[in-house]
Design a protein around this ligand. Structure first.
Ligand code: ATP
Ligand code: MG
Length: 564
């Protein structure tokens, strides 16, 4: 992919990068995307991926994919595979630069010993609770414990015995020796290593002590020669410790620089892996790739395109202050892309039978219908027409409400690309429900033309009942009922905001025969209904479509209004 063609305008991070290249501080820019493999990637990660890989591409550098796998109990191989699939699908490539933080464990340990030797780290026997109690608060300094002054030789001996497995989980930690009175709580002798007797999915059974994120991350960056370590705002207060680790471990210049940006928040969306995992584990959704999930795999299954997600990431840009982005902007980017590319098809989701009384029994005509009015090169396809058709229930009213121009007794409408038809009556069942609509067609309007110039106000889509292919269509609504995922009533769980009606499955739909051989992942526009994507659940006998998004572009209207 060539991202250099349309360089993004310089945001504050790109300005720093450009300046560091201009000054000669760095010859090549090296960024990284460092997920912890403890869940599937979501749209927030996509922002970080587009940013890190985008900067590398724009400035002719490289971006590493690195698993920040320092927390063995929550990490799994399944997640690793999904992460690679998702980053690739988004259109990015790490080449040979795939790394595991756990491959650096031996070096991290050696630096731990060095810090002890320098008097910059000590083994502490306090429990997690004791450490917490002595840490102090924003207004009170922390209090040192007696272990802080233990001789380096004693700490070194204990650290080695920690590694060899002599002590149980939580019995001791290795802590940095910085300043218990620091105004920054992160500098009050933070923990570097903890004891955890748990095998690691990548490193195996080699370790029973594991480095803490804040200690490991700067070392990972330095080892890989990362120049700009981009992370989210909550790490701003951790930056002094990031720099401390790199300085005290005496890593060669030039040092990586941590730069913080605002994480993506979206309306009506939960964006934490912990909460998403909860939805999966509790069966609220069918899996990480449920089309309602904000995960990249969920968005993909829903029918999102990587182009739309990259466009979205470009448009939101990067900022230094947290904000919430309207999910309608994401959907707007998607509609723009699909409008250009998705072939148009006919589908009837809630079928009602329409019989053309004066159309010869057994006759079939094929009408050429444009595949995409936005793209004349897309050509046309033949859609068969016959005496018995399916139309949408919504497109007929026995008693029309005001301003209803679709089919009702006596009214004439156009069947798209076919004929004009006039409603002649209905057939009802014993309960009085309309089960069939009758109409007469005008042979002089073949192809939907009106040689006499007469006007009809509605054009309906339709399917020939004898030719249509059965399908299930899944309609999705927002997973949450409130725009702010954190707006939870007192005493209630965040899941009390879950939308109980986020999925509606319609089992008796029909689609046009040209879709019979469609492959999962294929995206179409069902005329007048929205954009849809064929789901992998589709078996030979039944096509299953997900509604990706409706046609109504609320965001475009908001933008129009703003332009005034
Ligand atoms: P979560 O809070 O959802 O569990 P995380 O930050 O723990 O996410 P990581 O796997 O550590 O997940 O994230 C990998 C990278 O993606 C990090 O650099 C992180 O800053 C970035 N990232 C995570 N969530 C977002 C977000 N909402 N917006 C932008 N970047 C994000
Ligand atoms: Mg994290």
């Amino acid at each position: 992919m060539d991202l250099t063609e349309s360089p993004a305008p310089l945001d504050f991070i790109r300005e720093i990068v450009a300046a560091d290249l201009a000054s000669g501080k760095h010859g090549t820019v090296v960024t990284r995307f460092p997920p912890e493999p403890n869940g599937y990637l979501h749209i927030g990660h996509a922002k970080s991926i587009c940013l890190n890989f985008g900067i590398a591409a724009q400035f002719g550098g490289r971006c590493h994919l690195r698993y920040d796998d320092t927390n063995p109990t929550k990490e799994e191989q399944e997640y690793i595979e999904s992460i690679e699939r998702d980053v690739r699908w988004l259109g990015f490539d790490w080449g040979t630069h795939l790394y595991f933080a756990s491959d650096y464990f031996e070096r991290m340990y050696a630096w731990g010993e060095r810090l002890i030797g320098k008097g910059k780290a000590y083994v502490c026997d306090c429990s997690a609770e004791e450490v917490r109690q002595r840490r102090g608060t924003l207004t009170e300094p922390g209090r040192a414990c007696g272990h802080r002054e233990r001789p380096a030789a004693e700490s070194l001996d204990l650290f080695r015995r920690m590694r060899s497995g002599e002590f149980p989980d939580g019995a001791r930690t290795l802590r940095a020796k910085i300043d218990m009175g620091s105004g920054n709580i992160n500098m009050r002798d933070p923990v570097l290593y903890r004891i955890l007797h748990a095998p690691h999915p990548h490193a195996g059974a080699a370790w029973c002590i594991y480095p803490m994120y804040d200690y490991a991350h700067p070392l990972e960056d330095a080892i890989e020669g990362i120049t700009h370590s981009v992370c989210t705002l909550e790490f701003e207060d951790h930056r002094p410790f990031y720099d401390w680790v790199i300085d005290e471990c005496e890593l060669p210049e030039p040092h990586p620089r941590q730069i913080e940006f605002a994480r993506l928040n979206l309306t009506y969306t939960v964006m934490s892996k912990r909460k998403l995992l909860q939805l999966v584990q509790e069966g609220v959704v069918s899996g990480w790739d449920d089309p309602r999930m904000p995960t990249i795999s969920g968005l993909r299954r829903r029918g999102f395109t990587p182009e739309a997600i990259r466009d979205f990431a470009d448009r939101i840009g990067v900022a230094k202050r947290d904000s919430v982005v309207d999910v309608q902007l994401l959907e707007h980017c998607l509609r723009e892309d699909l409008n250009r590319r998705a072939p148009r098809k006919f589908a009837v989701l809630r079928p009602l039978k329409l019989v053309i009384e004066n159309y010869p029994e057994g006759q079939v005509e094929a009408f050429d219908v444009p595949n995409n009015p936005e793209d004349p090169a897309a050509g046309t396809r033949a859609v068969p027409f016959s005496r018995v058709l399916w139309i949408e229930q919504d497109d007929f009213r026995e008693t029309p409400p005001p301003k209803y121009f679709r089919l009702f007794p006596g009214n004439e409408v156009r069947l798209r690309s076919a004929y004009l038809v006039r409603c002649t009556g209905v057939v009802k069942d014993a309960a009085g429900n309309v089960v069939e609509v009758r109409a007469a067609y005008d042979p002089a309007t073949r192809g939907g033309a009106t040689p006499d110039g007469r006007k009809v106000k509605a054009t309906l889509h339709w399917l020939s009942a004898a030719h249509a292919v059965p399908a299930e269509v899944r309609l999705y609504d927002r997973l949450l009922t409130k725009p702010d995922a954190g707006d939870v009533e007192e005493g209630r769980d965040w899941k009390s905001n879950l939308n109980a009606d986020s999925l509606e499955a319609l089992g008796d739909c029909w689609v046009e025969p040209s879709l019979a051989g469609a492959a999962p992942g294929e995206r179409v526009q069902f005329e007048r209904l929205g954009y849809f994507c064929l789901d992998p659940d589709s078996a030979a006998g039944k096509l299953v479509f997900n509604r990706t998004v409706t046609l109504r572009d609320t965001w475009a209207k908001i933008e129009e209004k703003q332009r005034g």
